[in-house]
Design a protein around this ligand. Structure first.
Ligand code: ZN
Ligand code: ZN
Length: 337
């Protein structure tokens, strides 16, 4: 297998934050122990990539190949690889590796590991024709989903699913603030699980509200509107701290407001009475492999249908700009072929 591989690959590379990515020819990397070399078929463009490119997250690896919603096929394996072999389709998520030994890993919170690697942030990711990944952190993918359509499941889907879990099993009426890649997946999962979803878009975004209705939301409106009923929980997928307060206002006693994002603007001061009556304000960080296994098993049952806007690899800057402008309906995905 290895002899048929090219020596060079094309990649979109971040050399400095706040600069455009550059299309470069780089050597195809070699898999180390436990690693897979993957020919990338598609890689989702996540809001976290935008935060990295825009310098809003500290200390990325530089230069960096971004991208952590990777779908591809194994073309070579390192030593000690046992789960996957050449030809198999795999998905690579944000959580690239953990130490397995810290107090968080030991108690089942590997998403909070003290020594993690994050795909497309602290190690190179999928805005490239080839990438490396640790096999223990890769997922097999449902067969009846195309490469580009599967890519958003690997972060938008997984983080959305974890956010839904942390919103609480007893939460029946659930708000989604920010109806993008994560929102359009989690509304399908939540509806399948018997929840009522109330979708909040940018004020006046009628096409976004229509999109939410089509995917199963029982109500859709602007984030400046109050829902017709008090919510048991709300999930925030837009990087806007003020939405945490808006969501608290819409939440019933004992309700939970969960932010699914890695970065948001400051949360404005708010009166304690909004938090009173045992309301909870919390964040979600990263994912565990169990989250991934659960969502990827659930997705074909729903079945989750992702809506993607595809771009060639060399148009990654344009994809990021469309995401920045809020112009993508569903998820943006780079296709390599
Ligand atoms: Zn750890
Ligand atoms: Zn992401």
């Amino acid at each position: 297998m290895t002899s048929a591989l090219p020596r060079q690959m094309r990649a979109m590379v971040l050399e400095r934050p706040n600069q455009s990515l550059r299309l470069l020819e780089l050597p195809v990397p070699s898999p180390g122990p436990g690693q897979l070399l993957i020919r990338v078929a598609a890689c989702g463009v996540c809001r976290t990539d935008l935060h990295i490119v825009d310098g809003e997250l500290p200390e990325p690896k530089l230069p960096l190949i971004p991208g952590h919603e990777i779908v591809g096929s194994v073309v070579a394996i390192g030593s000690e690889v046992s789960r996957f072999g050449p030809g198999q389709r795999v998905g690579v998520p944000w959580l690239g590796h953990t130490d397995g030994t810290c107090r968080y890993c030991q108690r089942g919170q590997e998403n909070l590991c003290d020594h993690p690697e994050f795909t497309g942030y602290t190690v190179d990711g999928g805005y490239a024709e080839y990438t490396l990944a640790h096999e223990q952190f890769c997922f097999p993918l449902p067969e009846d989903v195309g490469d580009a359509e599967a890519a958003p499941l690997l972060c938008a889907g997984l983080i959305g699913y974890r956010t839904l879990r942390l919103a609480g099993d007893t939460a029946r009426r659930i708000g989604i603030y920010g109806f993008g890649a994560a929102g359009h997946i989690v509304v399908q999962v939540a509806t399948y699980l018997g929840r009522e979803v109330y979708a909040f878009t940018k004020p006046g975004d009628l096409s976004g509200q229509d999109f939410a209705h089509r995917l199963g939301a029982v109500w859709a409106g602007g984030s400046d509107q109050q829902p017709p009923v008090a919510l048991d929980a709300a999930m925030i997928f837009a990087p806007v701290g003020a939405l945490m307060v808006e969501a608290l206002k819409a939440t019933a006693k004992g309700g939970t407001v969960v932010s699914g994002g890695i970065h948001m603007s400051d949360i404005p001061a708010f009166p304690y009475r909004l938090l009173w009556e045992e309301r909870v304000l919390r964040s979600v960080a990263n994912l565990t492999r169990q989250d991934g296994e659960e969502l990827l098993a659930l997705a074909p049952q729903v079945p989750v249908r992702t809506q993607v806007e595809t771009f060639p690899l060399a148009a990654a800057n344009e994809a990021l700009q469309r995401l920045r402008a809020g112009a993508v309906e569903g998820a943006a995905v780079l296709e390599m072929s």
